[in-house]
Write a protein that binds this ligand. Structure first.
Ligand code: HEM
Length: 592
């Protein structure tokens, strides 16, 4: 037992010596310009990993160009890449430049041995089975579900018991809001996250998480708690994790499985819960398939594809269960955050918001004129301005703002823009050594030719498309090549369904001075005049209490932020009740 503490010190020491040795004995990228490291120990990693998302990428890209040498720990190098040709090469190099081993193992902790974890042959096999559930037709078939979920009106009340629960929630929410000085902050990303968890549960597994209705669902809570635990690492965490990157794969695996790191422990716990839920679902789908009652959710399609795949090509039970976690993790926060960023940009750009609303209104009239009540994917595809807003948000706010790869052998990267090295040479291709870590800056690539948010660029032909890179809009937001986002079609329809439906019923306003013009749900516009010092949160419903100045203007006395999950039918009923003769006089005195 006495040798145990010594080995604790020996392992990091060997690693440190090995890391430094590796630096000196392979192809060097030392001549590539890049920022000065903060220290030998940590390099530039704290600035890269602790600052606001992609801020370091933008800063270094502007200063050093599209390939930047960034110091890691102990003098090691990595390259930060936003050069289109280099990115295209990296993603088309098959498995010669692969997902970094460390990231794969980290992914395994979060999702199990599913598609996002796999490399090489295993990835090829898993991707083939998965692709049966992610084609264009499959994505289109989910649109009615997205539209139904996104339609806030009338969604929440489904059964008498939940009716009462919501009544309680709503009135409690009102009382609480009124008690805190007529203002409240609504955590929109959180609401969206729960909405998207519900909807992905439905399309992926025909399973109801009810995360929107039930804050206590253990699986929903567990899933939502994974991502935050993995962001903004401390300097110590940065050092340890960067050191682990250099471990042999087996040791990385052991670290991920057993290290007493809180975020990892949490992920392992979620994995255990998810595997339990997934097992029941897979069994259910398999039984339904045998009974000839297979459904069209993603998991049913996977079970079917797996059953008909040749035995060497199909997924094991563990792999099948891991697909569920993969889809849940990859498919809910990503879309939710994209929608939150859209709401944010709309509050910053009222002109964009008006055009968006106008297009949706026209599409809605056309839909009603043909006797339909809900949008279809055909309607969605015929909304050019809405699609432009979506693409611009995806360009400006890629939720996966970088992806990490490593060279499986010595390689030479072609470049769109030549690099002038520190020693003054101009090079058009860059040799890199085996194991070189490549950080692909999706955010940096997306903003290469445009630093401002402007959806018009997608309509006026000013988008650069010289090098073909990404799967949607030639952006890197959904990644690229053989492991690009498999769910991108689903994500796009889902995102559009929510964007279109929310615009119909939500008041989003940017206040210029003390007034705002808001489009009412019926399409008319009303000007609201604010009291001094009133703050309006975006995305939420507001109850506005004020006096009518003229047919289109209300002078606002008070406004109540109602949050984003309002049941409008319930609101209508409540308002009718308040205006009932029996109660009206008690509630409102003349002149109010
Ligand atoms: C706006 C929403 C989304 C964004 C921005 C997004 C982004 C991405 C990116 C960048 C990758 C590649 C990561 C890499 O290069 O290592 C990826 C992979 C993946 N995404 Fe998405 N995603 C979104 C929605 C979805 C949805 C809705 C699903 C499933 C229903 C999904 C499932 C996956 C899976 C399974 C992978 C792994 C693919 C592989 O490694 O072969 N994603 N996603």
């Amino acid at each position: 037992m006495e040798s145990f503490p010594q080995s604790i010190f020996a392992v990091p020491l060997i690693l440190i010596v090995y890391t430094i040795y590796r630096q000196w004995t392979r192809i060097s990228v030392a001549d590539v310009p890049g920022p000065e490291p903060e220290s030998f120990l940590l390099g530039c990693l704290p600035e890269m990993l602790q600052s606001q998302v992609a801020q370091a990428d933008f800063k270094w890209q502007a200063r050093f160009g599209h390939v930047v040498r960034v110091k890691g720990i102990l003098g090691s190098d990595r390259l930060l890449i936003s050069d289109p040709k280099a990115i295209q090469y990296i993603y088309n190099s098959g498995h010669n430049i692969r997902k970094q081993g460390f990231r794969s193992e980290l992914t395994r902790v979060i999702t199990g041995p599913g598609l996002a974890w796999a490399n090489n042959e295993i990835h090829r096999r898993q991707r083939k089975v998965n692709s049966a559930a992610f084609g264009t037709n499959e994505a289109r078939s989910y649109v009615p579900i997205f539209v139904a979920y996104a339609s806030v009106k009338g969604k929440l009340i489904t059964t008498p018991s939940s009716h009462h629960r919501h009544w309680d929630q709503l009135s409690t929410q009102w009382k609480e809001l009124l008690a805190i000085d007529m203002s409240a902050v609504v955590n929109t990303p959180r609401w969206f996250s729960r909405f998207f968890l519900d909807v992905i549960g439905e399309v992926a597994f025909d399973y109801q998480f009810s995360a929107t209705d039930d804050e206590d669902d253990p699986f929903a809570i567990a899933l939502s708690s994974v991502a935050p635990g993995l962001t903004i690492p401390s300097k110590l965490a940065i050092f340890i994790l960067a050191l682990v990157e250099f471990l042999p794969p087996k040791m990385i695996h052991l670290f991920m499985e057993y290290a007493p790191v809180k975020a990892l422990q949490n992920s392992r716990r979620v994995t255990r819960i998810a595997v339990g839920v997934a097992k029941d679902l897979v069994d259910e789908k398999a039984e339904a398939l045998i009974a000839g009652k297979g459904k069209r959710d993603i998991m049913s399609l996977l079970v079917k594809a797996n059953a008909s795949a040749n035995l060497r090509m199909n997924l094991s039970e563990t792999e099948m269960l891991a697909q569920m976690q993969t889809i849940m993790q990859a498919g809910h926060e990503t879309t939710a955050n994209t929608l939150s960023w859209t709401m944010f940009e709309l509050t910053q750009h009222p002109d964009v918001q008006s055009k968006l609303r106008a297009e949706i209104r026209v599409a809605e009239s056309a839909m009603h004129a043909r006797g339909a009540t809900e949008f279809t994917y055909v309607d969605f595809e015929a909304m050019p301005y809405t699609v432009a807003v979506m693409k611009e948000t995806l360009r400006f706010h890629p939720v996966a703002y970088s992806s990490v790869r490593e060279a499986a052998r010595d390689e030479v990267l072609p470049l769109s823009t030549p690099i002038v090295t520190k020693s003054g040479k101009t090079i058009t291709e860059l040799p890199i050594p085996k194991d070189m870590i490549l950080v692909i800056s999706n955010a940096g690539y997306n903003r290469l030719d445009a630093q401002v948010f402007n959806p018009e660029r997608w309509l006026n032909g000013t988008v650069q498309t010289t090098t073909s890179v990404g799967v949607y809009g030639n952006l890197m937001t959904f990644g690229s090549g053989h492991r690009a986002c498999i769910g991108w079609r689903i994500a796009v329809y889902e995102y559009q369904a929510f964007l279109v439906e929310l615009r119909k019923v939500t008041l989003v306003a940017q206040f210029m001075g003390s007034t705002a013009t808001v489009a009412a749900p019926d399409g008319e516009e009303v000007t609201v005049t604010l009291l001094p010092d009133t703050h309006m949160a975006p995305d939420a419903y507001y109850e506005v209490i004020g006096s009518v100045v003229n047919p289109t203007t209300i002078k606002m006395y008070q406004c109540i932020d109602m949050g984003t999950n309002l049941d409008m039918k319930l609101v209508d009923d409540t308002i009718k009740l308040m205006h009932d003769q029996r109660f009206y006089a008690k509630m409102f005195s003349p002149g109010d």
